[in-house]
Structure formats: structure tokens, C-alpha cells
Write a protein that binds this ligand. Structure first.
Ligand SMILES: Nc1ncnc2c1ncn2[C@@H]1O[C@H](COP(=O)(O)OP(=O)(O)OP(=O)(O)O)[C@@H](O)[C@H]1O
Length: 320
């Protein structure tokens, strides 16, 4: 057993779109995931998250580079890798014509698990994911939340060392998201490494041990939430929404003594403040003198969302 459960080396993937056009979806990504951690893989739409997850779970061949699971190249030993990984895909890839229990048992059989163990695990996971009562119903009768829970149960039937989840909570209501997180963290406590991609910032900010931020196929940053927050210019940010934004406001803001840096992102003027407790009223006075009506102003402590905006120039999807 190695301390690093997953490692990628200069991973690249290009898609040929036409005779003249190629998309470089992943442009040479290298990172390590430590055994036992919850690892968040974040990025805006089209950043290359799904392409990366498809490659590290043996579903897609890289154009170049290498991937190691538990120290062994998955390009050389894909079958070995598949035994060590569990995958919860973004789409519903359950067998809808089978019952929930049958989905679990067939998955276990595929991995050569004997009937007794498979049935015992199916009982345990159906119970754990609150599906015991509906275990003999066809999956086509399942709600989205139930199907999502069954996908996770199925993915862990063969006791994977690392569980990959692609946007596991997208489209679920907040209470289901909380339940899923509880279940993922409980699995993590038993030693399973969790690798997940998500759009939502609040979840990994609170729950992931380390986070990688990707954009346009490149790794922008990797670290703990605190390490990532240290990448942005200030702990306190004032966000200002004006009826009309003029680039000259950025220079004017930068000249204010209490402002460390300023930028316009997503049509919002962001002021990175020097002081821990900035004088909000003084900034408000300055804003009111600008020749553009104020629509909204707020002061906040920096969050992962601000790191994301700072590194990618794009907003994330907020939790509702
Ligand atoms: N099979 C494919 N053929 C051609 N282009 C593809 C294919 N899969 C992905 N792409 C392109 O690669 C880029 C990265 O896509 P990918 O789905 O990996 O991003 P993502 O970060 O998962 O985005 P999202 O959050 O929207 O799911 C995009 O430009 C996408 O159009």
C-alpha cells in the first residue's frame, strides 16, 4: 500500500472535432491524491473535470501522460485499477430494468465476489442508503435522489480503495445533498479515499481535505482551503455592483489608501482590503461619488468562491 493512492503525470487529452479543429480538453495535469483524504476537483463548465475523471477511472485513454493507482500505471494494468476504484458517474447508468438489489448483486458478481458476501453487503448498503423497503422495485420507478444513493451503494459493493464521484450532488435538493455528504464522509471514515468533482463551493470548502482548481484544461492551484485562500490578495473583500461599470473605477479604487487591490469580475467591482476590519462607510462614501448608481454593496470574509473567481475569472454555482 502506498501513501499516494492516485497520481497523474502530465496528463493530456485532445479531442478531434473536425479535419481542422482539435480541442485540448486536458493540457498536462499532474497531481497526487493521498490515501484516506477527501479530495475536491473543482472547475467551471468545460474545465476538463469529467474528461480527467474518465481518464483516471480507465474509461478514456489519455492522449499522453500517465496515471498511477496505488503506485501502478493504470494504462498498463487497467483491470487491477478497476478493482481498486469505484465510480459514480454524472448520468444515471443504473440498469433500469433490474431491481435495486439486482443492480448491486450483478455488480458484485462482475468483480468475482461470492454470493454470500454479495448478499451480505447488499443488505448492509441497502440499509445504510435507506433503500431496504424499495430494494425489490425496478430502478425505473426510482426518484433521482434514490437512484443517486443506489449508484453510490453499487460503486462500493467491491470495497474500492478510492471512490470517484462526478458532480454527485448536482440537481439534488439541499437536504439530499446533506445526506449524501454524510454518507460520503462516513465511507471516508472507514478508510475510503473520496475524489469528487463539483460546481458547488460551500460543500468542498467545509468538507474536503484538499482541493484542486482546474480551468481550461489546466491545474490552477491545489491545496487545503486555507492554502488556497492565501492565494488571494486579502481576507476581506468588498463587492460592488453598479448600474454601469467603468474600467477607470478599478484604478480609482486602487488609489484608495485602504484598498490593496481591485478588479472587475463577473460585472462586479471587487475591492481587496488591507485592513482586517475595513472602514465600510468610507468605501460607501467613495462609491456614492462615482458617476454610476450603486445597486448593491457587500463586505465578506474571503471564501473558496473568491479563490475560484480569482483564479478562473468565473463565478461558481452557489448553493441554494
Ligand atoms: N467526447 C468529446 N468529444 C469532443 N469534445 C469533448 C468530449 N468530451 C469533452 N469534450 C470537450 O472537452 C472540454 C472539457 O469538457 P469536460 O466535460 O471534461 O469539462 P467539465 O469540467 O467536466 O465540464 P462540466 O462541468 O460542464 O461537466 C470541453 O470543451 C468539451 O466540449
Amino acid at each position: 500500500m502506498t501513501e499516494i493512492i492516485l497520481s497523474t503525470e502530465n496528463l493530456k487529452k485532445s479531442f478531434v472535432m473536425s479535419k481542422t479543429r482539435k480541442v485540448e480538453a486536458v493540457k498536462g495535469i499532474s497531481f497526487d491524491v493521498k490515501r484516506g483524504e477527501v479530495f475536491g476537483f473543482l472547475g467551471p463548465n468545460g474545465a476538463g473535470k469529467s474528461t480527467t475523471i474518465s481518464m483516471v477511472t480507465t474509461q478514456l485513454k489519455p492522449t499522453s501522460g500517465n496515471i498511477f493507482i496505488d503506485g501502478k500505471s493504470i494504462l498498463e494494468s487497467p483491470a487491477m485499477a478497476r478493482r481498486k476504484i469505484g465510480v459514480v458517474a454524472q448520468h444515471n447508468n443504473l440498469d433500469r430494468g433490474l431491481t435495486a438489489r439486482e443492480n448491486l448483486i450483478y455488480h458484485a458478481k462482475y468483480f468475482g465476489i461470492d454470493d454470500k458476501t454479495a448478499n451480505k453487503r447488499a443488505d448492509e448498503y441497502l440499509e445504510k442508503f435507506g433503500l431496504t423497503d424499495r430494494q425489490n422495485d425496478y430502478v425505473k420507478s426510482y426518484s433521482g435522489g434514490m437512484a443517486q444513493r443506489l449508484k453510490i451503494a453499487r460503486a462500493i459493493m467491491h470495497n474500492p480503495e478510492i471512490l470517484f464521484l462526478d458532480e454527485p450532488t448536482t440537481g439534488l435538493d439541499p437536504s439530499y445533498r446533506a445526506i449524501l455528504w454524510e454518507q460520503m464522509l462516513a465511507l471516508n471514515k472507514t478508510g475510503t479515499t473520496i475524489f469528487l468533482t463539483t460546481h458547488y463551493m460551500e460543500e468542498p470548502e467545509q468538507l474536503a481535505d484538499r482541493i484542486a482548481i482546474v480551468d481550461q484544461g489546466e491545474l490552477k492551484a491545489i491545496g487545503t482551503v486555507d492554502e488556497l485562500k492565501a492565494l488571494i490578495p486579502s481576507k476581506n473583500i468588498i463587492s460592488i455592483k453598479l448600474a454601469r461599470l467603468d474600467p477607470k473605477f478599478v484604478d480609482q479604487a486602487k488609489a484608495l489608501p485602504e484598498v490593496k487591490n481591485a478588479t472587475i469580475t463577473n460585472d462586479v467591482l471587487l475591492l481587496y482590503m488591507k485592513e482586517n476590519k475595513p472602514d465600510f462607510n468610507r468605501i460607501l462614501e467613495w462609491v456614492n461619488k462615482l458617476d454610476s448608481p450603486l445597486q448593491n454593496i457587500s463586505l465578506s470574509a474571503s471564501s473558496l468562491d473568491d479563490v475560484f473567481v480569482h483564479l478562473t475569472g468565473k463565478g461558481s454555482v452557489k448553493n441554494d
